[in-house]
Design a protein around this ligand. Structure first.
Ligand code: 5GP
Length: 114
């Protein structure tokens, strides 16, 4: 299925690429929710987290690794950051191509689990 992110992946729509390899790319979010807001996106078509299989385990791990490297690149590794993956309607997902949000560069409102 074609999405905004598959069109960006295929260079049909412009975006500011911050990272790209054969499996993953990372772009600046067009409507940033924090000073730093980056989307880490697998090139493979995976609509939601519900669609991952065991064969995607390494890919998901690599997305986390790339997020960590980008956090270091932007110098927010010590100040801190948040990784978010929304799933379907209640989770707030609006683009149905799996993606990980990297947010930081300022104190983030609303933490979970404490
Ligand atoms: P979701 O709500 O699905 O978790 O996140 C989708 C994200 O994609 C949103 O933060 C939104 O701002 C971003 N987005 C939507 N369309 C575009 C676009 O055309 N270019 C870029 N760079 N980001 C987009």
């Amino acid at each position: 299925m074609s999405t905004i992110f598959s069109k960006i992946r295929d260079k049909e729509i412009p975006a500011e690429f911050l990272y790209e390899d054969e499996e993953i790319f990372a772009i600046k979010d067009i409507m940033p929710q924090a000073n730093i807001h980056i989307l880490i996106i697998p090139k493979k078509d995976i609509p939601t987290l519900n669609d991952i299989t065991k064969s995607d385990t390494q890919l998901l791990g690599k997305m986390m690794l790339v997020a960590s490297q980008l956090a270091q690149h932007f110098g927010i590794q010590d100040s801190g950051y948040r990784l978010v993956m929304n799933c379907n309607g209640d989770g707030g997902q609006t683009v149905f191509q799996l993606h990980l949000h990297l947010l930081g560069g300022e104190p983030l409102r609303g933490s979970f689990g404490n």
